[in-house]
Write a protein that binds this ligand. Sequence first.
Ligand code: NAD
Ligand code: ZN
Length: 358
Amino acid sequence: MPSYTIPKTQTAAVVPSSGAAIELRKDHPVTQQKELAPGECLIKLACTGVCHTDLHAALGDWPVPAKTPLVGGHEGVGEIVAIGDNTSHSPVKVGDRVGIKWLADSCLNCEQCRKGREQNCLDAKLSGFTVDGTFQQYVVSFVNHVTPIPEGFDSNAAASILCAGVTVYRAIKYSQTSPGDWIVLPGAGGGLGHLAVQYAKVAGLRVIAVDTGADKKKLCLELGADKWIDFNETKDLVEDIKAITDGLGAHSALVTAASSSGYKQAIEYLRGGGTLMAVGLPGKANLEASIFFTVFKSISILGSYVGNRQDAVEALAIAARGEVSCKYLVKELDALSSVYEGMTNGQVAGRIVLEMPK
Ligand code: NAD
Ligand code: ZN
């Protein structure tokens, strides 16, 4: 077993209080092996993706509050450097390369966990939200929920599969679609969306990517989207989608836009029996849908929230085989604030992955 020297302090990006500017602290404490509870492990991170959820958490714009002070981040990859004493039946060991996803831990014994909806466990711990996350060099996580990274799969390439990838993979899995069906992806040029384009193609679906700007258009079409609609340029989104789908509408819409505008008109452009997969998380908006047409067209509206341990393993395996690949720019941890700025302005095509100081 490799042995590691664990420093007492580290660099961490800290949100001191909800909505406050991020502070890059170089003297943030590192949890020591003796301080780990049974079932906990300490991971030395190599990198982390930045998800729009981290921005919601830093701004505090959701109806459920994040802890503060907060170290955000939930798309991390690194090496286990310590495990708590008296941890029994650990599926991982010191030296293993693992991923941290949003769902840091769950009880594994309640009805939700037994049914595979671990993310809905009432005792769930959430990385970078209710427990400190991956915007730091050393993170405490949980042996039962960290995800082994397939051998040979690059850490930077794996990072964003742990949230963005898992989330859209699961949403497509439960979208009640069959190969050849049309799926509309509002938000297709963003972090979740550009992976959704690819997982949808793996599932044999035909993709209508909806987003805005030349960069996102290029990205979506390169990744295999069959059609592109710029939501700022279209005169009539519903008519455009109907024209593409023989006048019938799409079989499914998977919305990963972070604002409510991405949800508009979905019921109108879905065909009878269609499914709206709600994934994007604007904090204060209500879903506006015609009750009449939801019933009359037998529409299913389903919320889809990250994924369980098995979803994470499956989404990573597909990416490790090269069937799906995250398109990311690499930056340093201290770029986090500017990444949030870019995200707020809709300027991030694909994902940003931050590398930790060596
Ligand atoms: P992102 O900023 O990378 O991507 C969002 C994309 O939506 C951008 O490309 C933007 O241009 C586009 N967009 C905005 N308005 C639109 C509209 N009207 N029509 C079409 N596209 C539009 O963000 P992300 O990291 O991909 O996250 C997206 C959302 O998903 C966030 O709200 C995040 O919190 C949420 N999320 C949900 C889950 C879940 O489990 N349900 C998991 C992760 C993230
Ligand atoms: Zn996320």
